[in-house]
Design a protein around this ligand. Structure first.
Ligand SMILES: O=C1O[C@H]([C@@H](O)CO)C(O)=C1O
Length: 566
């Protein structure tokens, strides 16, 4: 019996700032229990995870979001500051308790300010429950948590993003694999004109930035678990000479397909199978490079080490080249191939109960501030977390009186900079009826500069969604695009990308009472307002832990006796 085998896994974690050299340059990172990245959580489907999280940052709050875990029945454990809980104060401990109900490749990360970009992240891997089997076979596993790294602190970055004039964060200094990179040198210098060899990193024994070595045995099949928690970069991963067979995306099985490389946007996770069927006398490069934006960051490299070859024997061939950053036709071809595996729950086939069309634009506010807006409103977060304030009916805790719009109106020209770039801020709270089938169409557009439209990976909390389709240009809803959506075998995911000047349509059923963020997973873009909130049947949320709601207006009301006593 599955239920009997499920167990509670307890963790005691302390978050703190610490000196670390992720790419061989010493900086300050946010670590957990003295580690960067944070400890990997490994569990079985059905287990309960209990994390006692102590905030050891001296002067700021913290929360942790369990990315891809739907938090069915535990919306207060979603780890989103101002949305699902109060930020945990310094020296305080908050207990997250939630069930990991579905096997898959997940991760966790900070969700307060830009703390994710400061290094607050780690892997969360859920195996099938005892007695269950994955629908594919493999002999071993390799975990690759990908990220990007900036030398400037997140505080400097945040000040720049909210300053007038605006200061953009720019491209990252390094890409990291499992928290390690090499700035200003290359492990494959012999193949990179002008690059210096990273002798120092290895020779000095710098354990923080030593190359990632992935030992494998010949003629075996490995499951590579790949996830991206980048602040900005869209990535591409390739392994020299080896094909990759994609089998899982965001904790859901996909119809297997073989490729030479995969694109990974921030917030995505994949499992790919790799068979070690190449010349056994050699080692091979794993290369991770930037796509979607003009790269200014060297690829991250790791060594696939065919045992018993020595790990120090660098591959003779050059690392596989990352495809051209702006070859969006290639990116789309990969993304469009991701479809639900036979047996994956199909979406409700009827037309949706509600369609919400969200126009993504870059705007100006007050002359110089640069913001991202959704239907012309840039999201700001409230002092009092929504889960508490909405459950207690404190409408006054909402930053704006008006509800946001379900459409941006026909006729907006997505091919040009906004005709009227002025925007306002608001809460962007959409109230969803219990069990409604909701379609959301994300519409991309031209940014402030001419001939610029960027990639945005959107991540939904509290749900997986079906990705029903993608298209170029403006969504022509009832004029054709709505009828052409894939209701047969769409993939289930929690993150979906919008391509430049394109649209992406998703569907989910609002069957998980709570307050859920839906936002661009690019850290600076979220900080600039690129998101909305889905408040879903909040009246059905069961009693909230007081520690999740005891701040701001909810704390005041609680003290006064409205909704319980403290
Ligand atoms: O939000 C962004 O701002 C800059 C640029 O548009 C203005 O400097 C950029 O590349 C972003 O993604």
């Amino acid at each position: 019996e599955c239920a009997a085998a499920a167990k509670a896994r307890h963790f005691r974690w302390e978050v703190s700032n610490m000196f670390w050299s992720p790419d061989c340059e010493e900086k300050v990172v946010i670590g957990i229990n003295g580690q960067f990245p944070g400890p990997t959580i490994r569990a079985k489907a059905g287990d309960t995870i209990v994390v006692h999280l102590k905030n050891g940052l001296h002067t700021e709050g913290v929360v942790i979001h369990w990315h891809g875990i739907r938090q069915i029945g535990t919306p207060w454990a979603d780890g989103t500051a101002s949305i699902s809980q109060c930020a945990i104060n310094p020296e305080e401990t908050f207990t997250y308790r939630f069930v990991v109900d579905k096997p898959g490749t997940y991760f966790y990360h900070g969700h307060y300010g830009m703390q994710r970009a400061a290094g607050l992240y780690g892997s969360l891997i859920v195996d099938v429950a005892d007695g269950d089997e994955e629908p594919f076979k493999y002999d071993g596993e390799i975990n690759l948590l990908l990220s990007d790294w900036y030398h400037e602190s997140i505080y400097t970055q945040m000040v720049g993003l909210s300053s007038n004039p605006f200061r953009w964060i720019g491209e990252p200094q390094s890409l990291l694999i499992n928290g390690r990179g090499q700035f200003n040198c290359s492990l494959a210098a012999a193949h990179t004109p002008g690059a210096k060899q990273c002798a120092a990193a290895g020779a000095a024994g710098n354990r923080h930035c030593a190359p990632v070595i992935l030992p494998v045995l010949p003629n075996k099949t490995y499951r590579l678990r790949v996830a991206s928690t980048t602040s900005l970069a869209s990535l591409n991963l390739a392994v020299g000479n080896h094909k990759l067979t994609v089998v899982e995306a965001d904790g859901n099985y996909v119809e297997p397909f073989a490729v030479d490389d995969i694109d990974i946007y921030s917030g995505d996770s994949y499992s790919v199978l790799l068979t070690t069927d190449q010349d056994t006398s050699a080692n091979y490069w794993v290369s991770v490079g930037v796509r979607g934006r003009q790269p200014r960051t060297a690829p991250a490299l790791a060594v696939l080490n065919y045992r018993p070859n020595r790990a120090s024997r660098l591959p003779a061939a050059a690392p596989p080249a990352t495809p051209a950053w702006d070859d969006f036709a290639r990116s789309k071809a990969f993304t469009y191939r991701i479809l639900g595996r036979a047996g994956v729950t199909p979406p409700p086939p009827a037309t949706s109960d509600r369609r919400i069309e969200l126009l993504n634009t870059q705007n100006r506010m007050g002359g110089g501030h640069v913001k991202w807006s959704i239907n012309n409103v840039s999201m700001v977060l409230p002092a009092t977390p929504y889960l508490g304030s909405l459950k207690m009916g404190l409408r006054s805790a909402l930053p704006s009186a008006a509800r946001p719009s379900d459409t941006f109106g026909r006729g907006y020209d997505v091919t040009r900079p906004p005709a009227n770039p002025n925007t306002t801020v608001g809460d962007n709270v959409y109230v969803l009826a219990h069990n409604a089938t909701v379609d959301v169409v994300l519409q991309n557009a031209n940014a402030l500069a001419r001939n610029v439209s960027e990639v945005h990976p959107w991540h939904l909390h509290g749900h997986d969604f079906w990705v029903l389709g993608y298209g170029d240009g403006a969504f022509r809803g009832d004029a054709g695009d709505a009828a052409a959506l894939n209701l047969r075998n769409p993939p289930l995911r929690n993150t979906a990308v919008i391509f430049p000047y394109g649209w992406t349509a998703i569907r989910f059923v609002a069957d998980n009472p709570g307050v859920w963020a839906f936002h661009c997973h690019i850290e600076p873009h979220l900080h600039m307002g690129m998101g909305v909130i889905f408040a879903e049947a909040v009246d059905r949320v069961s009693e909230l832990p007081k520690a999740a709601v005891s701040c701001g207006a909810t704390a005041t009301a609680l003290m006064a006796g409205a909704g319980g006593h403290v």
